[in-house]
Design a binder for this molecule. Structure first.
Ligand SMILES: O=C(O)C(=O)[C@@H](O)CO
Ligand SMILES: [Mg+2]
Length: 274
């Protein structure tokens, strides 16, 4: 089975953020990811990781003004200086948390502007981020996201993400393949895993039930089958990454907490949470 990381931005909403580390470890996770570390001192987060024997495997660069709806700066002409400051801050956090990857959110295509118009800005920003991250020994990830959840998001499809990674041409730029978004936008998920994982350009997976982003055993995707596909292809190509559990608990959220909804994980053959 693949190795699973708990997404602490979505799992354990019944707990304060800093208490979610212990909860994930108690549920058997060996790794965590979350959206943003910036509201906390890096040393506080590092001590939570260490106290609970957890690895940090992913977080996002600063997204711009999240409360006002911004979802990344990478494709926004005129925001390059802010983008660069954010990437440098993220690299500092990644060093302090010993986190190998940073997800750089693409941002929204401005109203009335064509996607192609902002692509040069996106590529230029990614190239710059790749160089800075490489100096610090980190990978930069880009993630196609569906437009039902984030209308006008610049990057929606796996093929576009892989074209952009090729265009940047840096070994430390990879695709964050979120199977939830992939199913909503384009489907044919198993074949896309088979197509893209052997390229060495997939840095991380994420999962959630489709369509409602709840536990992976709710909805239209057959995750045990997809995990077998990831296992089979990984065995052939040597992929050793993580699968982030990025869903909003439905089964356990109210009565018993997130743990009660983890039956899908406990039920997997040779369940590997770390
Ligand atoms: O929404 C997702 O999917 C993510 O992985 C986030 O990092 C983007 O907000
Ligand atoms: Mg995701």
């Amino acid at each position: 089975m693949p190795r699973f990381a708990a997404n602490l931005s979505m799992l354990y909403p019944e707990l304060d953020f800093l208490d979610r580390f212990e909860a994930a470890a108690k549920d058997g996770f060996a790794a965590v990811e979350y959206l943003f570390p910036y509201a906390y001192e890096a040393r506080e987060l590092a001590s939570r990781l260490a106290a609970n024997g957890l690895k940090q495997v992913l977080f996002n660069g600063p997204p711009g003004d999240w409360e006002r709806g911004e979802r990344g700066l990478a494709c926004l002409p005129g925001r390059e200086a802010e983008f660069r400051d954010g990437i440098l801050k993220a690299i500092d956090y990644a060093a302090a948390l010993d986190c190998p990857r940073i997800h750089v959110m693409a941002g929204l295509v401005p109203e009335g502007v064509e996607r192609e118009t902002v692509q040069p800005t996106y590529l230029e920003n990614l190239r710059w981020a790749a160089v800075e991250a490489a100096k610090a020994g980190r990978d930069v990830l880009i993630e196609p996201i569906n437009t039902r959840d984030i209308p006008r998001f610049f990057l929606n499809r796996q093929d576009h993400a892989h074209e952009l990674v090729e265009a940047v041409g840096a070994l430390n730029v990879q695709v964050q393949m979120d199977l939830y978004h992939c199913q909503i936008v384009e489907g044919d998920v198993a074949m896309k895993i088979r197509k893209y994982l052997p390229t060495g350009r997939v840095g991380h997976f994420q999962i959630a039930g489709v369509p409602d982003r709840n536990e992976p055993d709710i909805g239209e995707l057959n995750h045990p089958y997809l995990f077998e596909v990831i296992d089979e292809v990984s065995a052939q190509c040597g992929w050793q990454g993580w699968v982030g559990c990025e869903y909003r608990p439905r089964r356990g959220a109210v009565a018993d907490g997130t743990s009660a909804g983890l039956g899908w994980l406990r039920g997997l053959p040779r369940a590997a949470r770390g």
